[in-house]
Every structure is written in C-alpha cells, then in structure tokens.
Design a protein around this ligand. Structure first.
Ligand code: ZN
Ligand code: ZN
Length: 260
C-alpha cells in the first residue's frame, strides 16, 4: 500500500509525497523550498524524513524548489544523466543519484521503474513504483502514450495522470499565442482530458486500476469538473464504476489517498 499526498499540481508547480511502510519520497519539487517545507509539515512529515527526491524532468514547474530544498535538508536527487546535465547549476550542492531509464532501482522499500515519455525536455520520464505487490504509475507531462508507456504501466493499481487541458477551452483561449498552443497540442506537449482518457482506456484490460488522480491542470484551459467528468465516463462505459477518480489542485494539498 502507498499513502499519497499531492502537495500541489498545475502549471505553477508540481510535487507529491509518496509513503510506503518505511519510506517517504518526494516526486518532483516544482514548488518553492519554503512551500515544500510548509506543505510537508502540514502532512506531518519533516523534510529530513524523506529518503529522496525523484525527478521526472528539469522543467521549472517540476524543479524550481530543488536546489534550496535538497541542499538544505541533504536530500538526494534521483534523476537520469541528461536531466542532471540540463539542471547543472541547480544540482551543485545537491547529493545526486543517477539512474538509467528502463533499469529498476530501489529507494528504501520502494522499487522504481523509470521509463521514457515523449515531452519537450532533455530526457523526461514516467515512473512505475512498486511496494508489497502494489503498483503505482506516475504519468505527467507527455504529448502522447507510446507503446513503452503502456507496457511500463501494465498491472497498476493506482495512477497519477496529467489532464492538462480541455481541447475546446484551449482553442478558445485568447492569452496564448498560436505557437504556444501548437506546443501544448503536439506529440511532445501535454495530455488533454481526452488524451488522458484514451491512455486509461488502453490500460484497463491489463490493470486492476482502482484509483486515478488527475493533475497538472492548466489554470486557464481546464477545470477539475471537466477533467473528472471525462475520466469518470471512461470507467463507467467500461463497467468499472467502482474506480475512484479525484483531481489534484495547485493551491490545496490533497487528502491522503490510499493506493492498494
Ligand atoms: Zn514539462
Ligand atoms: Zn509540467
């Protein structure tokens, strides 16, 4: 079983706390070090209790707080070599543990399988975490799901997945220039509500998936109720109505979510 608290998720910063029986991990550090500390403490966890920070990619909404936070509390940053290279300065005072995509490793009692995802960063990743026979997938910042992504997530019990935008709201948005919209929509951009629902549809047959957490919603181009409705529909249509769907937000720490 995993205990999950999403500390914050959205275009302005992403971080989540994952705990097993004896290990606490942070996945991404896109909030300020101060916010990370405060929000962890609100979850009853002191930063020094973390065994590590697991990093999906170097974009600032995932890494902004890394340098100060990890250096201050001496928390090792687990990332792949190209992400470390892209972060250079931010990792100067931070203990780092490099791993290879596709090769499993462990932090405490959690097994971690990192796999490549298509996104416009140096070497972006998704993760499948395992503890005591329970599997949890983390899939954020990707333009589409490749066969490798789907293979890597076979058998998951829980999934955090990006639902970045609603297609109609993105088309109607007047703040973003066309070039930015194209970037978001591209195969190396972000997943829409529809895109995420399609990914989940392809995982249903091979997985006992019973809990889905939606995240990384665009402030202007999505709304939790739209994202939830579309995902909910996917499970209802498949006769899997017992699957729980919730949505993480930027401002408020999520309830404790059990992955089992
Ligand atoms: Zn990104
Ligand atoms: Zn992001």
């Amino acid at each position: 079983m995993f205990d999950l608290r999403v500390l914050g998720s959205g275009s302005a910063g992403n971080a989540m706390l994952i705990q097993s029986d004896s290990t606490a991990l942070l996945v991404d550090a896109g909030l300020s070090a101060k916010q990370l500390t405060t929000r962890l403490q609100q979850c009853g966890v002191h930063p020094s209790a973390l065994s590590g920070l697991l990093l999906t990619h170097e974009h600032s909404d995932h890494a902004a707080g890394l340098r100060i936070f990890c250096a201050k509390y001496e928390i090792p940053c687990y990332c792949n070599p190209l992400t470390a290279e892209a972060l250079k300065v931010a990792l100067v005072d931070v203990p780092r543990r490099l791993f290879t995509n596709g090769t499993e490793f462990t932090i405490g009692d959690i097994e971690i399988r990192p796999f490549s995802v298509p996104h416009d960063a140096a070497d972006p990743l998704g993760f499948c975490l395992a503890h005591d026979g329970v599997f949890f997938g983390i899939l954020t910042d990707l333009g589409h799901a490749t066969r490798l992504v789907l293979e890597s997530l076979r058998g998951i019990h829980g999934l955090f997945i990006e639902t970045n935008y609603d297609e109609t709201l993105l088309q109607l948005d007047s703040k973003r220039p066309w070039s930015v919209k194209q970037r978001i929509l591209s195969r190396h951009g972000h997943l829409s509500n529809t895109g995420a629902a399609q990914v989940v549809r392809q995982l249903l047959d091979s997985s006992p998936l019973n809990q889905v957490i939606l995240g990384h919603l665009s402030k202007d181009c999505n709304r939790p109720e739209l994202a939830i409705r579309q995902m909910r529909q996917e499970f209802d249509t498949a006769g899997r109505s017992s699957t729980k769907v919730c949505c993480a937000t930027q401002e408020v720490i999520s309830e404790k979510i059990l992955i089992q």
